[in-house]
Design a protein around this ligand. Structure first.
Ligand SMILES: Nc1ncnc2c1ncn2[C@@H]1O[C@H](COP(=O)(O)OP(=O)(O)OP(=O)(O)O)[C@@H](O)[C@H]1O
Ligand SMILES: [Mg+2]
Length: 222
């Protein structure tokens, strides 16, 4: 009997190789910066909105993309109740406080849950980055959802991003998740621009500073 060696065919081997993606630029913006954190509720949407407003105040043209498909915040944060105009192909961002805004929340009713599987989310992200008529922006700020899932992966692999700002709060349990998020972007070679230590303290009526969630963890992890 012939001694034949068993192995994978070249075609199957090629299929098991890691996929290489082309990173598409977002048309209409010079820079794209994401605000992210694998942890939920640490202030991503708050920072994204304030950063967009601060850049606008500096005289720059700014866009704000709410990439949180399951839990959009922008309609509430910017009090936007209108629907964006569309020509059937593209969507026009809604201008509020001088900022070009887009969110899945502009297209759905407030109470409607998004019961979508991953591919639908990826498709929505591609629409928001390729089919929105962002105009003459210096910065597009992207408010990411919590986690290290389809949205983060799509942005990191298929969209040209200039960097990510990571938000954390000082608790150990938050930092543990945040570190996972940092590692993900690091692995996918997306530049981490910095970490923000949010909710680090509050100042009481007595004028004293209270670090209710602990101190120094974020700085140590930098
Ligand atoms: N520095 C801060 N001081 C006080 N409250 C804050 C601060 N940052 C955020 N918050 C409040 O914390 C809550 C959560 O913030 P936010 O919605 O921005 O978090 P998130 O990370 O975007 O949440 P999610 O993961 O659900 O998208 C909000 O009520 C917000 O007003
Ligand atoms: Mg949010």
């Amino acid at each position: 009997m012939d001694n034949k060696k068993v192995g994978l065919s070249d075609t199957t081997k090629a299929k098991t190789e890691p996929k290489t993606f082309r990173r598409n630029p977002i048309i209409g913006t010079k820079f794209t910066i994401a605000i992210s954190s694998a942890k939920g509720g640490v202030g991503k949407s708050t920072v994204a909105s304030n950063l967009a407003l601060a850049l606008k105040k500096m005289g720059l043209n700014v866009g704000l993309l709410d990439a949180d498909i399951y839990g959009p915040s922008l309609p509430k944060l910017f009090s936007i109740n209108e629907k964006p105009e569309s020509d059937g192909q593209n969507l026009k961002p809604i201008l509020k406080y001088g900022i070009q805004c887009m969110s899945i929340g502009f297209l759905t009713e407030e109470q409607t849950p998004m019961i979508w599987r991953g591919p639908m989310v990826i498709s929505a992200i591609k629409t928001f980055t390729q089919k929105v008529l962002w105009k003459n922006l210096d910065f597009l700020i992207v408010d990411m959802p919590p986690g290290t899932g389809d949205t983060q992966l799509t942005f990191a692999q298929e969209i040209n991003m200039d960097g990510v700002i990571i938000i954390s709060t000082p608790q150990e349990i938050a930092l543990q998740d945040v570190k996972r998020g940092i590692r993900m972007f690091d692995k996918l070679k997306v530049k981490i621009l910095g970490l923000i230590d949010n909710m680090s303290h509050f100042i009481g009526d007595d004028g004293k500073k209270y670090a209710i969630f602990g101190e120094g963890g974020v700085k140590k992890d930098c």
